[in-house]
Design a protein around this ligand. Sequence first.
Ligand SMILES: Cc1ncc(COP(=O)(O)O)c(C=O)c1O
Length: 474
Amino acid sequence: MGGRWAIAGIDLHVDVAGTRVSRSLEEALRAAVVDGRLAVGTRLPSSRTLAADLGISRNSVAQAYEQLTAEGWLDARVGAGTWVRERAAPPTGRVPAPAATRPDLDLRAGVPDASAFPRQAWAAAARRVLARASVDALGYTDPRGVPALRQHMAAYLARARGVRASAADVFVGHGFGDLLALVCRALRARGARLVAVEEYGHELHRRIVRAHGLQTVTLAIDDDGADVSRLEEAGADAVLLTPAHQFPTGVPLSAERRVRLVRWAERADAIVVEDDYDGEFRFDRRAVGALQALAPERVLYAGTASKALAPAVGLAWAVAPPSLVPALVEARETTGGGQDAVNQLTLAEFVGGHDYDRHVRRLRHLYRSRREAVEAAVADRLPRCRVTGLPAGLHCLVELPGGVREGDVVVEAARRGLALEGLGAFAEGTVAPETSSARRPPSVVVGYGAPRPHRFGEALAALVASVDAASGRR
Ligand SMILES: Cc1ncc(COP(=O)(O)O)c(C=O)c1O
């Protein structure tokens, strides 16, 4: 008998009949790790929980886990659990599976409500651009990006985020990941070897850093944000941070640490990469300006169109320290990257005509009301939980009551067709799980941006039911 099961939020086919139960589970899990459906750092359910879910013996699960641990796919620590292990490089010869289809209900962090994309205003901007663009504008352009966009972004970022920007230092890329890859190449060119990353963060970004031959060192996150005091002794050459709204814990970097960070960067001739992925969305009127303004010579500021517009726009921008610009240009040229000038001109028109500001204001209202709905649902229906993280952006943390495990909530959510991740899924794999998870209470990361408006209430109800069910499991 075979069946499909949701494990740690992903869909697996496991043959639970006959003598091959353990082997079948092992194969399903291995395939999911190899093709990335089970991301590095994902915590697997305990063998007891998984055995109960699949209706098989605990021994079969333990055997599968043991085999995969021996092969280096999983990491297990007695009493702490089993994780998908960090690897230096993905195994060769396998083509990653295409991105998973959108789950029925979605509360994953980092996913915006693409149904809010301003189709008409964008289409109008694109039409105007195509009607007016000179023939020259349709030819090869500057490796930093289309000049009109760089000018409008410099003005917008100065106005909206306090960035000290001149168009000459603005760099346009195909998303933050693309810009980060260029920055890594530029860092290598100036001799960098070690990049500090936050204890929690976007797993892909850490992989991009390492894929460029840079080593990483981890900064713990506490209530003041990243512990930047480690940078000096670690001998880091650069640091990648989310200072306005740490991803995904939601803690801002304190004023004292900002100053300390910048002083270190000046002393150490180091570069700070400021990932301002959702800086436009602060709901309590206490928006903190960009860190970059404290030290434009040291801090590379980066933002993205993925949250305020849509990932499909595929554009992000950086304001680079002037001394890094030549190395970035070299990195762009030697990776063969061209420019999608028509798309960039459309964004320039959209920003220059203040459509972007208007749209961001509308979205701020939308996401603020969703955040308030999460808070109200937790207060009413999950009084033993707590919402944490700044009132900002597209996600928050829901801290679980004592004894309730992240993995159990995620499994319960998957049963209800809800994609949801625990905080542990964002933890840096090279940090011992006991140090990282012990520092912050078990929580689920609730991305309230992801659902379509008409599914938001349902997604919230599924979240509440999942936490309730996981609480009852103890
Ligand atoms: C921490 C963080 N930085 C940056 C981004 C933006 O990435 P991109 O521009 O590649 O969509 C995201 C998107 O999820 C993110 O979570």
